[in-house]
Structure formats: C-alpha cells, structure tokens
Design a protein around this ligand. Structure first.
Ligand SMILES: Nc1ncnc2c1ncn2[C@@H]1O[C@H](COP(=O)(O)OP(=O)(O)O)[C@@H](O)[C@H]1O
Ligand SMILES: [Mg+2]
Length: 233
C-alpha cells in the first residue's frame, strides 16, 4: 500500500478556541498506481484530507503510513523532504507565476530543492512532452488556455519525480474538453505507475477514476472500485 490512514482524527479550533472536528476516525488505503476520485459536499473535509495525505498538515489521532513509513511521527524536515521527493500538488486555480515562462514555472520546485540549480533542458523537454506541450517552453501563462495552464501545473508537480499526485478540483476551472484532456493525462500517468487522488464535484469527472470515494461529515461513506482490466484490487 502506498497510503494507509488508520482512524485519523483532525479538528480545527474555532474563533472561541473550541475544537471543531473535521475528520472523524477516517481510515483509507490506496494502492500504488490507483486513480482515486474523492467527492462530498463543501466543508466535509476533502481538502483537509488531501493536506494530511500531502504531509502539509498534522492530525490529532490515528496513524498515517506512506509507503510503509509512519510519516505522522516524522519531523517537519523529514516530512518536507518526503513531500519534495514523492508528492506533487495540483490545484483548481493552477497557481502558475504569470511573470515566468512555462519552463521556469516547471523548474521552480526543482530550483528550490537543488539550491538554485536548474533542471536540465532534457528534463524539462521530456516533462513538456509528457503533458503534450512540446514547443511551448518559452510561452507565458497568459498566452495559454486553461487546459494548457493546468498541464503546465501538472508538469511542475512532476519535476522532482513525484509518484503521488494530489489534485484539488483540478478541472474546476476548465471547460469539458480541457477537463477531458487533464483526465487523459492522469490516466496516462496512472498507467506509468503514478498514484492520483483527485477531489471533484463532478460525477462525469470522477467516473474516469478507478475508484470513487464519497465523504460526508469527515468520514468516508462510500467507496466504489471499478473492476480493473487486470482484475486485482
Ligand atoms: N485552517 C482552518 N482553520 C479552521 N477551520 C478550518 C481550516 N481549514 C478547514 N477548516 C474547516 O474544516 C472543515 C472542512 O474543510 P475542508 O477540508 O476545506 O472541506 P472541503 O474541502 O471538503 O470543502 C470546514 O468546516 C472548514 O471550515
Ligand atoms: Mg476543498
């Protein structure tokens, strides 16, 4: 298992300092190479769950094992290192820097992580090719369509070699053709062995995943696996 969450509790404090429970005894296992869609009403805890999976946030109770390691017990430095090496984030609003060309946007996490050193030209070219944006390295985000911007953001999420992609409403700002392009790309990445957990409200989007999880009130209330061609689950 790549991800094993066991009875995770998470609460935030309200303005009065009272704890408000957001995740309640939530357990979840995700295999390497799975494509998981996560749905549920606004406020049910989806983004909180992604933040915990991405080691961006801590939890109050339970256990998180990532690739067998008890990462909930790790230091912030160890968790940041794991996040850099293995986890990529994709957001609804792309979060590209408008004053940097495509290649520089993709290079940014690499440079942060390699003391300012740029990734090789070949590395950037192969990422651009993998997200179907060959020849676009010199463009600026403002010169791209929404679907192209999101594919740049996916390339950026992969530049350090992530094998888990956490995507929070990645198609929320896209028309349906561009959304299908992002899903085609996700399917390809999953075939290459990446694991994807994607939050979406849209049943037509979640139908493209192999597994549909629904949350309500900080808990998983349904979890449907599509029969994969290989059969194993
Ligand atoms: N940093 C925070 N501080 C306090 N409350 C928060 C914080 N982040 C989220 N919440 C609350 O936790 C609940 C779940 O939020 P979230 O995980 O963002 O839900 P979703 O992504 O499913 O819409 C909401 O009630 C939200 O207001
Ligand atoms: Mg959210």
């Amino acid at each position: 298992m790549l991800i094993e969450l066991t009875e995770i509790d998470k609460s935030y404090r309200d303005r009065q300092g009272q704890p408000v429970s957001v995740l309640k005894q939530l357990s979840l296992q995700v295999e390497q190479g799975a494509f998981v869609a996560l749905a549920g009403a606004s406020g049910c805890g989806k983004s909180t769950l992604l933040n915990i999976l991405g080691c961006l946030d801590r939890f109050d109770g339970g256990e998180y094992r990532f690739d067998g390691e008890n990462v909930g017990a790790w230091s912030e430095g160890q968790r940041a290192d794991l996040r850099n090496r293995r986890i990529g984030f994709v957001f609804q609003a792309f979060h590209l820097l408008p004053f940097l060309a495509v290649e520089a946007n993709i290079a940014l996490p690499f440079m942060y992580n390699h003391h300012g050193q740029r990734p090789s030209h070949e590395h950037i070219e192969s990422l651009l090719k993998s997200v179907d944006l060959e020849g676009m390295s010199k463009r600026y985000p403002g010169e791209l369509s929404g679907g192209q911007m999101q594919r740049v953001a996916i390339a950026r999420a992969l530049v350090l070699g992530a094998d888990l992609i956490l995507a929070d409403e990645p198609t929320g700002n896209l028309d349906s053709a561009a959304a299908q392009g992002v899903l085609d790309l996700f399917e390809l990445l999953v075939k290459q062995g990446k694991t994807i957990v994607m939050v979406t409200h849209d049943p037509a989007i979640s139908a493209r995943a192999d597994r549909q999880i629904k949350m309500d009130g900080g808990q998983i209330v349904s979890d449907d696996h599509r029969e994969s061609v290989g059969g194993a689950q």
